[in-house]
Design a protein around this ligand. Structure first.
Ligand SMILES: Nc1ncnc2c1ncn2[C@@H]1O[C@H](COP(=O)(O)OP(=O)(O)OP(=O)(O)O)[C@@H](O)[C@H]1O
Ligand SMILES: [Mg+2]
Length: 1119
């Protein structure tokens, strides 16, 4: 069997650092482009398998062998399907950094090398996708790496989940709870230098957006006997040593702290140090963690007082006389009594005697009984462990309070319970620990194995579990036979502090200590206090109930040796673990059956996106929906089976295939959304540009109405389509602005020029007829003037609304131009100067100025004057006498005018599209008298929403409210009257400016014709005015494709010669139109387009040059 996956993300710093995490990984530098080939067998040197489902032989030896190979190559993680097997490397490996956190996010299990981050990521994503709580059960023996695994998961999840300040605080608490609880709950044992001596289930609670809002820790089975009894080679809880090493001088004085060997609770094992651990440093970490939990400094000192008191209590020893214990040296009572806030004598008394409530003949009596030596020691130790465990519970409770949240949507739970233990002599604690582990193993079997194959149950469930033996009993646990010694079982099970000790503590002068003993003591009560056994059984059952509500994940930790050394492989030890963890059965079951299962609804929900029918929800029979999805990905029917409530998928590849298809779909839609956003933001950018541009002129120059709200396009010529022009401009010199303008010559005669502004130059390009040679008679583009932007010194304009711009060039003559889109031009030019030379373009506003003309031949040079005076028309009237040009022009919009804000949100566009298709069904609705509306939503008389693509379509050129303007009425350069879109008939046809129909502001009142009302005849626009081409000048700048030998546009257009009748509906453009939005088409007069859809709104959909878009209907005629 062989997997072969490519084009997927995978990487590891292990690779980067030359440690090949997987032999079959092909490495490419960019982690996101890496290709991870998952191959089980064949293909060169066979190493190990990432997923042991792919092992060719399934024996315990083969499993151990596979794990060994990987372990020796520093690959500690291996899968059995979704279960992660983790071998403790006993060294820091390099693949737990930022890069891996990045790499495993959203990556499917098969895409990347096995890793604990993958499990963590799967949990997090499943939680969000399925809205289900998840849990991970981390099992393995002591020192196998459970706690380290739990921490990796917590770190990964806190890193990848977002959140603001409050969430960061929650994350901080979650992470800092680890060192805090480890200080009080972990200890060095012979098996593990940082052995968890309590079980922990931490739930991280999330918002629906996946941000951690809070958390909850449940703790189990603190091994409190460690407080007073240590095995050889072991230590007490870390906090004792931390305090001894890290306390300040003051603290030491106040708490009576000395070196650990002074305290008999610590000295009994003779081990004080742990390799690689600095207790003093860790102490600071513990205090810091307490501060993060919000524990005040005084309370921190109270906690340390209890820790110290316990150490001092341990030094109290007893002698025995007549079977009665007495305090060996009363001097040892003073310090613990002081720290506990109780009387020293009372302490001594309570350690050596006990009050009993006894009943004689119906009368209740308190009897003071003296204790023997053994009983006194027991009382002392019970007192100490009672104190310690209550303090531990207080700390857990404080952590919980610090991260409590009401929101309990869903959670990720991490169970790190301390591992199965088999000692030479196993007592009550081991029994409880192993009981919980047994319970967890049952869940594992229940959820992963048993439910898949009854055969496993038969295998594991057939042995008698309980057998008595001489000093106790033997339990046949899943991890092996364990014999328990029953000695002290009952005492330990009772596990209650004597009532009179509790009373003493409740009388402490120290509030903190009093609060640790809130017990309500009911004298003479017959209700039996709960025993340790009942407590752990209840806790274990509760835990199982909690876990069963979550989607479980498993990490099976394996300890490779007892030496704690890297690369040391103890074959027998590993095999034993492989055996009792049931890994072989796990693999067999996975291989035999339909290993992946999901309830119908979960499956339908997860893969809904794969088909139109199932998105967003499938409403039919669930099984039918599943078939629809499976068919859509061409799933082999043998690969899945539909059960009673679940679907079963056979091979992981099939599941991966579904996942991959799903991912691709998401990717596709993400791109669609991204596009819409880009479009939206580009509109915002346009708006900013418009504002920036008008800022150049504001308060300085009157504005033309139609120039205010115009969109900026930059290139109004289409330079890239014009080989004649592109040949003149170096390819690297990007065109920033291009427009056909009028240039005034020395006699104030206007000549057409293509003004092209690139990032470094300003070009004025004209036409010339080739006089001789093979191209004789052809019209060619020639550079008439090329100005290096560096030399462009300033520009002069009048304060009127005219378009005249005088360009000043350092040490050279000026150019007087009439630039229709002067605002945009000046803005672009200014930006270029800022970018390139870090300077702005100085602008002069003056109504009379002189300029130098080009020196040509003999008589050239000299200066000319331009004078502006009030006129009556919006179009300038030019008249010249001698060297002065007089410009008469009416006042335009105030110089304080600024562009209005029109923002079209993407969803309005979607709505518009929907409405367009609806409105097409309206019978007889073609045509209207009014201009169509853009940019706003109207209500039809019937109340339905009628939305057009956006805003009113422009009126065609020459169409005025009353009568068409006679041609040439305003002078040589016709300009449509105000409130008309600007199309300059004849030569260059600049785009139609979008103007508000109601210049005062909002859209005009407008109603569509009533539904079903008789069709209204469209008013045909009058013919456009004729082309006022200046004499002797070839036409330039026509929006259509140009060739070098095209005829001047001023020549009369030839009548169409027998155009074949179109087979598809077509339209001809009556006038040129420049798109003012991305979904509109740009076309020139005479262009023929395919009519895709007519629309009542006046915006028709046409196809032109392979593009489909909206066109204003009144610019078109059907042919
Ligand atoms: N992934 C790892 N990388 C490096 N070292 C590790 C890793 N896992 C475990 N170790 C080492 O092994 C030690 C024991 O691991 P850990 O404390 O997690 O074991 P455990 O299973 O929680 O044991 P216990 O049941 O005793 O609490 C760690 O302190 C660490 O030194
Ligand atoms: Mg642990």
């Amino acid at each position: 069997m062989r997997f072969f996956k490519k084009d997927v993300a995978a990487a590891s710093p292990a690779h980067a650092k030359g440690v090949n995490h997987n032999n079959n990984v092909h490495i490419i530098e960019d982690p996101r482009k890496q290709v991870y080939h998952w191959q089980s067998e064949g293909g060169g040197k066979k190493s190990s398998v990432d997923d042991m489902v792919l092992l060719s032989k399934i024996t315990e030896s083969a499993i151990a062998e596979n794990l060994k190979k990987r372990f020796l190559e520093d690959k500690i993680y291996t899968y059995i399907g979704p279960v992660l097997v983790a071998v403790n490397p006993f060294k820091q490996l390099p693949y737990f950094g930022e890069r891996e956190i990045e790499m495993y996010q959203g990556a499917a299990q098969y895409e990347v090398p096995p890793h604990i981050y993958s499990i963590a990521d799967t949990m997090y994503r499943n939680m969000l996708i399925d809205s289900d709580s998840q849990c991970v059960i981390i099992s393995g023996e002591s020192g196998a790496g459970k706690t380290v695994s739990a921490k990796f998961i917590m770190t990964y999840i806190t890193r990848i989940s977002g959140g603001g300040q409050r969430v960061q605080h929650v994350k901080d608490i979650i992470l800092k709870s680890n060192p805090l609880l480890e200080a009080f709950g972990n200890a060095k044992t012979t098996r593990n230098n940082n052995s968890s001596r309590f079980g922990k289930y931490i739930e991280i609670q999330f918002s629906s957006g996946g941000e951690p809002l809070g958390g909850k820790i449940s703790n189990f089975l603190l091994e409190k006997s460690r407080v007073h009894s240590l095995n050889d080679g072991e230590r007490n809880f870390h906090i004792f040593y931390q305090l001894c090493a890290g306390a300040t001088g003051d603290m030491k004085n106040n708490l009576g702290i000395s070196t650990p060997d002074y305290f008999s609770y610590l000295s009994q094992s003779g081990v004080y140090k742990v390799d690689g651990t600095n207790d003093a440093y860790e102490f600071q970490g513990t205090l810091n963690a307490m501060s993060v939990m919000g524990i005040a400094e005084e309370t921190q000192m109270d906690i340390m007082s209890v820790v110290a008191a316990i150490l001092h209590m341990g030094n109290i020893s007893f002698t025995e006389q007549n079977n009665a214990a007495t305090i060996a040296d009363a001097a040892y009572l003073a310090f613990p009594a002081y720290l506990l806030g109780i009387d020293a004598q009372k302490l001594g008394q309570k350690l050596t005697s006990r009050v009993f409530d006894s009943k004689w003949g119906g009368k209740s009596e308190r009897v003071d009984v003296t204790l023997n030596l053994e009983q006194a020691q027991f009382a002392r130790d019970a007192w100490c462990k009672g104190l310690y465990s209550r303090m531990f519970d207080y700390i857990v409770e404080t952590v919980n309070k610090a991260m409590v949240t009401d929101a309990n949507l869903f959670s990720i739970g991490i169970l790190d319970i301390y591992g199965f233990e088999i000692f030479g002599r196993n007592g009550f604690e081991q029994f409880c620990i192993n009981y919980v582990n047994e319970k967890l193993q049952q869940i594992f079997i229940e959820l992963t194995l048993k439910s898949e194959q009854e055969e496993y149950k038969a295998e594991v469930g057939s042995n008698p579990h309980y057998q008595p033996f001489n000093h106790g009993f033997t339990i046949k646990h899943y991890a092996g036979n364990v014999s328990y010694h029953v000695e002290n079982f009952c005492e330990k099970n009772r596990d209650v502090l004597f009532t009179d000790i509790i009373e003493v503590m409740q009388g402490s002068t120290n509030t903190f200590i009093r609060n640790l003993f809130p017990d309500v003591l009911q004298k003479g009560s017959k209700t039996r206090p709960t025993t340790a056994g009942t407590k752990i059984r209840t806790q274990a059952n509760e835990l199982v109930t909690t876990l069963m509500k979550c989607v479980p994940h498993y990490i099976r930790c394996i300890k490779p040796n007892e030496t704690k050394k890297p690369h040391d492989w103890d074959e027998q030890m590993v095999k034993h673990q492989v055996e009792y963890l049931g890994l072989k059965e796990n693999i067999k079951v996975k291989r035999a059956g339909f290993a992946y299962r999901r309830p119908y609804q979960k499956f339908l929900h997860r893969y809904a996106i794969l088909t139109k029918e199932t998105w967003p929800a499938w409403h039919g029979e669930p099984t039918e929906g599943i078939h629809v999805i499976m068919r859509s990905v061409n799933m082999d029917p043998a690969q899945y089976q539909i059960g009673r409530s679940k679907i079963f998928v056979k091979d992981p590849e099939s599941l991966y295939m579904l996942e991959e298809s799903r991912e691709r779909k998401f990717d596709h839609y993400a791109r669609v959304i991204q596009k819409a956003f880009r479009k939206y933001f580009s509109k915002q950018r346009y708006l900013k540009e418009k504002v920036a541009a008008s800022d150049l002129l504001v308060n300085r120059k009157e504005r033309r109405r139609n120039s205010l709200n115009r969109n900026f396009y930059g290139d109004y010529i289409g330079v890239e389509y014009k080989p004649g022009l592109t040949a003149l401009i170096p390819r690297r010199d990007k065109v920033e602005f291009a427009l056909t303008v009028d240039k005034f010559d020395r006699r104030f005669k206007k000549t057409k020029r293509d003004l092209i502004l690139t990032k470094s130059h300003l070009y004025l390009i004209g036409r010339m007829q080739v006089k001789k040679g093979p191209e004789k008679g052809q019209i060619k583009d020639v550079i008439k003037r090329k100005i290096d932007l560096e030399n462009l010194s300033q520009a002069t304009l009048s304060t009127y609304q005219d378009d005249l711009v005088l360009i000043h060039v350092r040490n050279d003559y000026e150019s007087l131009l009439e630039i229709r889109f002067k605002t945009e031009f000046l803005m672009v030019l200014n930006n270029k100067l800022k970018e390139r030379y870090n300077r702005e373009l100085p602008l002069n506003f003056i109504n009379s100025f002189d300029f130098r003309v080009k020196k040509t031949g003999w008589g050239g040079g000299g200066t000319r004057r331009v004078r502006f005076t009030d006129g009556t028309t919006d179009e300038p009237l030019f008249s010249s006498s001698g060297s002065t040009l007089s410009v008469k022009i009416a006042h335009g919009l105030s110089s304080t005018s600024r562009p209005g804000i029109q923002v079209i949100t993407p969803d309005i566009r979607i709505l518009a599209n929907e409405m367009r298709s609806k409105s097409n069904n309206v019978p007889g609705s073609r045509g209207n008298l009014q201009p169509p509306i853009r940019n706003h939503v109207n209500r039809s008389p019937s109340g339905s929403l009628i939305t057009r693509p956006s805003g009113p379509a422009p009126k065609p050129p020459g169409l005025t409210g009353a009568s068409p303007r006679p041609r040439g009425a305003v002078g040589p350069q016709f300009r449509p009257p105000l409130a008309q879109p600007v199309t300059n008939p004849g030569f260059p046809r600049p785009p139609v400016a979008r103007m508000p129909l109601n210049p005062g502001g909002g859209p005009p009142a407008f109603r569509l014709p009533r539904m079903g009302s008789p069709p209204i005849q469209a008013v045909q626009p009058p013919p456009p005015p004729s082309d006022p081409c200046p004499d002797n000048q070839p036409s330039i700048g026509n929006g259509s494709l140009r060739s070098v030998n095209r005829l001047p546009a001023s020549l009369p257009a030839k009548p169409p010669i027998n155009r074949p009748k179109p087979t598809v509906p077509q339209v001809r453009a009556l006038y040129g139109y420049d798109a003012s939005d991305v979904d509109e088409l740009t076309f020139s007069e005479g262009d023929i387009m395919v009519l895709v859809q007519e629309d009542i709104s006046g915006w028709w959909t046409c196809k032109f040059r392979g593009q489909e878009g909206f066109c204003p209907a009144n610019y078109l005629e059907k042919i």
